[in-house]
Design a protein around this ligand. Sequence first.
Ligand SMILES: *Cc1c(COP(=O)(O)O)cnc(C)c1O
Length: 221
Amino acid sequence: MSPSEAIAQRCREVLRRVPSGVTVVAATKGWTPDEVRQAIAAGIGHIGENYVQDAERKKGAVLEPATWHMIGRLQTNKVNRATRVFDWVQTIHSAELARRLSASCAAHGKELPVLLQVNIGREPHKGGVPPEEIPTLAREVRALPSLHLRGLMAIPPAGERPEDARPHFRAMRKLFAALRDEGFALDTLSMGMSADWEVAVEEGATMIRLGTLLFGPRSPG
Ligand SMILES: *Cc1c(COP(=O)(O)O)cnc(C)c1O
């Protein structure tokens, strides 16, 4: 089997296992446009990139229709480029970033669905905001004219077993439910990666971000 057939086969297998109603975002860091195209041909409709410049380069080469998600840390000096290349931004981590993104969207005549990134494990080196700051940030983002607040995203602390992530996924689900109770019209809870996506889905994930499971172990370079 050629490497690209292997990717297509992995993708089809995963898509068969994931319940309908859960969106699979392929995390494609380190993978080439050809490999991304194989995934799209196998039925993957959503692509996640960690860097603006990678998304620009790959989107221009892939060409197949897909929905492109920013899943990495977005720097304020890249906001205009992010507005042009992405269809979703999952990593809103401050009101300042959100304001700049909304202004950029307005200038481009565009509306962007966004998620707030929650630092659910309160890890100092990780992106996102602590859970207790989410309601305030959500109110600020909801007030912005060109962003459409759709939900929350998190990358829980790396554990040894998938079950280690469950309490974090559960805390995310609670936070999500609390916002909905407050009247936020949210429909997207993005959590779970290759190692723990099944636990995430059990705890209410509506969107999972998968790299290794779709493409195999990360390729060098
Ligand atoms: C790489 C990455 C993933 C996918 O990781 P895997 O363990 O390879 O599935 C998901 N989300 C983000 C933000 C990533 O950077």
